[in-house]
Ligand binder design. Sequence first.
Ligand code: MG
Length: 311
Amino acid sequence: MTDGLPMAFPAPGLPARVRIHEVGPRDGLQNEQGVVPTEVKAEFIRRLAGAGLDTVEATSFVHPRWVPQLADAEKLFPLVSDLDVRLPVLVPNERGLDRALALGAREVAVFASATESFAKANLNRTVDEALAMFEPVVARARAEGLAVRGYLSMCFGDPWEGPVPVDRVVRVTRALADLGCGELSLGDTIGVATPGHVDALLTALGEAGVPASALAVHFHDTYGQALANTLAALRHGVTTVDASAGGLGGCPYAKSATGNLATEDLVWMLRGLGIETGVDLDRLTATSVWLAEELGRPSPSRTVRALSHKE
Ligand code: MG
């Protein structure tokens, strides 16, 4: 399928390896209108693991009424739990953690907001009320020996509040770290970040004692800035990048359908920089082409389109 891969030109000041945190099955599928069959989701996760992705966020243990698309978490997780990859799951509260633990999940994530508007819209709580809700979840998960990731939404802009002050993002990131989240994923939920803004936030976080090694970045490509922003983060020493196979999914509050950074686009750039990911780009692209057929529309990823184009 591939005509070729980019030539590798390693650039100074960049990591030798990047871990991709694949969010397609969860973040990608959760906004799909039609319900995707559980078997298709399981096959998707298996193919992603087969393509070399070692972290595949599998599903979410939120209340089924909130996210009907992921209401099959109990059915799905056992279908993939034999895979030799990390399979984090989202848990919003103690009930969600109970469900995840009952199925043998080893990694969980909580999801906070940097802004009051999104905390209200997504969790019906203030930022501090949400943090208080997560405190016992993180404590119990850690006591059970689980790895805990903290997602932080709206780190750059908010659809109701506009630009988000850097010091506010630092405060909530610091709070999530203090709760015991070992990894903090900074989300540009509506895709308005630009590289200088990324630079400013990561510098401020470093000054607040949150090192790049504890961070992941989660960019959306709404304005075509996701890869430029990723490169800015890599230059700061970040080595964990969230992406969604085929560019699946997005945010219902963003202004266009363009959403998550596509994993294939990310792998293409990293390959060109000589950065290892362990991902087989042909197999990953084939996976996204297969899923696009299942969903009945083409992948928005430029790299998927270019590599799957047949004369
Ligand atoms: Mg996303």
